[in-house]
Design a protein around this ligand. Sequence first.
Ligand SMILES: Nc1ncnc2c1ncn2[C@@H]1O[C@H](COP(=O)(O)OP(=O)(O)O)[C@@H](O)[C@H]1O
Ligand SMILES: [Mg+2]
Length: 242
Amino acid sequence: MSEEPLLKVQAVETYYGNIRALAGVDVEVHRGEIVSLIGANGAGKSTLMMTICGSPQARRGQIIFDGTDITQMPTHLIARRRIAQSPEGRRIFPRMTVMENLQMGASLDNLKYFDTDVEKIFTLFPRLKERQHQRGGTLSGGEQQMLSIGRALMARPKLLLLDEPSLGLAPLIIKGIFEAIKVLNKEEGLTVFLVEQNAFAALRLSDRAYVMVNGQVTMSGSGKELLADPSVRAAYLEGGRH
Ligand SMILES: Nc1ncnc2c1ncn2[C@@H]1O[C@H](COP(=O)(O)OP(=O)(O)O)[C@@H](O)[C@H]1O
Ligand SMILES: [Mg+2]
């Protein structure tokens, strides 16, 4: 691909105090792609996602988004450039209703799209429509994940970051969530960067993927290539969830 990537992470290092969690990470996400990052617990996946959003900030290296260097930008300005995140653990507002959670995700300069966007999200996740007046905290895990994604979509992102959307959900629910991600990508052309421990589901969905071990990318390729790779199979797929 000759076009500049939408997101370019270059030699990024992120620290927690003296501990280096990211040790020189290079990742690219092109427009229209679904890219996943797989790796064991503690590999640094969430740290990369959070570093892209500016908290914590990278100590070294560079993050270019849509032609702009966002490495040292404060989080709210990064969000305004339309990177939206569904963070690990979902972090919906439990005391607010589904509708209020969606309102929280809408950016103020896009309020004219509010009704249309809510309708789109309700079409994608009909369960949320049924539960629009229910408090977030009373939803099931799968519904909370839908709400977390829906809230991120309200920002009309150019890039959607998803951190472990399948975590703790039943296989059938995971299938529905991944199907929705595919629909967003195919029908809206949404670019998605997905972090997952559920390697099988992530690789099947992705155009390309990266493997992270101890804060470094050790492998990359198409989703198909990595699914077929013996070392990936041994480390992340054999006996894993299907
Ligand atoms: N807030 C934090 N303070 C200190 N160390 C952290 C913090 N968050 C994560 N870490 C450490 O950074 C490493 C990467 O963690 P993380 O990015 O959460 O991995 P993953 O998402 O792949 O499970 C781990 O060793 C973890 O213990
Ligand atoms: Mg994580």
